[in-house]
Ligand binder design. Structure first.
Ligand SMILES: NC(=O)c1ccc[n+]([C@@H]2O[C@H](COP(=O)([O-])OP(=O)(O)OC[C@H]3O[C@@H](n4cnc5c(N)ncnc54)[C@H](OP(=O)(O)O)[C@@H]3O)[C@@H](O)[C@H]2O)c1
Length: 294
């Protein structure tokens, strides 16, 4: 791969990707907010244009749902306008551009797996800003790759849902988990490997869903599978029973969440030329590693 520039290199995905590029001896530049502040879209575009990198992977975003609600201006500049300016710079300079997006751009009102042609209808400020980015990028650079990801887990230094469940289970705290919202987990190890593979050679263009395979899973069932895997891995669990709560009863959620945004990974499988691993298999692999490192 030619020199790769990772934006958002200190985030959950960006930091893991940088580690994997390093392990694979792929030359890269890692930029955080101090190197390229995406609150300033014109400057971000210029910095990318002037960088020696031939491939840009944008993992930077305001990714907190309530954070976007509270600061929609930052969400607009960082999530939508900067990616547009970066896409413009990449198109002008002949650089590849891979931009990370989200399942939250999708219409989450109907159950079922969503593919790349499914209707978009974001339910909140975060999703709107990410969808705006997708459209602005497609206008500036039709051959950019817009990679949607969902429920990313597996970066031990940035705990996500499984670690939250395991912490509570090991403490003996109640496992009261939302049972009426579903999506599709994405194992960060697979995700970063896909990003590296896709960045090499003939990078596909347009929208691509990067997630594991399976049927839509609710947070409650995701928690149950986490507990099962942890039991198999011999983790000392003091509570194991998952009870279900409702999305509408979450006092901490000031912003709307879409209910059904599980993505189908069929296009990814055909591009890779092999099946995508199920979320359950990858979760088990991760929990075994987690248990060994406790
Ligand atoms: N994690 C998931 O489950 C998930 C699900 C769906 C989609 N995604 C998408 O995947 C991508 C990566 O997500 P993530 O989980 O790695 O997010 P993350 O951990 O929140 O990381 C985002 C990064 O963006 C950087 N950033 C924020 N404001 C910036 C600014 N003004 N200028 C430059 N950088 C800035 C942050 O820098 P600081 O470290 O300095 O704050 C942070 O390192 C995002 O596009 C997100 O929307 C993630």
């Amino acid at each position: 791969m030619n020199l790769c520039l990772v934006l958002g290199a200190r985030g959950r995905v960006g930091s893991y990707l940088v580690r994997m590029l390093e392990e694979n001896d792929i030359p890269f530049i890692a930029w955080g907010r101090a190197d390229c502040d995406m609150y300033n879209p014109e400057a971000a575009g210029e910095l990318v244009a002037n960088s020696p990198a031939g491939t840009i992977i944008n993992c930077a975003a305001v990714s907190g749902i309530e954070e976007c609600l509270d600061d929609p201006v930052s969400a607009h500049y960082i999530n939508a306008m900067s990616p547009q300016h970066i896409a413009r710079a990449c198109a002008r300079q002949g650089k590849k551009f891979i931009h990370l997006s989200t399942d939250y751009v999708l219409d989450g009102t109907r159950p079922g797996l969503k593919n790349e042609s499914s209707i978009c209808k974001p339910a909140n400020t975060y999703g709107e800003s990410k969808w705006e980015a997708e459209m602005r990028i497609a206008d500036e650079m039709p051959d950019a790759l817009i990679a949607r990801v969902s429920w990313v887990f597996g970066n031990m230094t940035r705990p996500s849902f499984p670690e939250m469940v395991l912490k509570r289970a090991m403490e003996g705290s109640p496992l009261s988990i939302i049972g009426d919202k579903d999506s599709m987990p994405t194992f960060i190890d697979d995700l970063c490997q896909w990003l590296i593979t896709l960045a090499q050679g003939d990078t596909p263009q347009g929208i691509l869903h990067l997630c594991q395979s399976g049927t839509p899973v609710t947070w409650a069932d995701y928690a149950r599978e986490t507990i099962l895997a942890a039991d198999e891995a011999g983790l000392p669990l003091r509570s194991k029973e998952v009870t279900e709560t409702r999305l509408d009863d979450q006092a901490g959620f000031r912003e709307t969440r879409p209910r059904h945004t599980a993505m189908d990974s069929g296009r990814l499988a055909s591009l890779l030329g092999h099946p995508v691993r199920s979320w359950q298999d990858t979760l088990r692999q991760y929990i075994r590693t987690y248990a060994q490192n406790l």
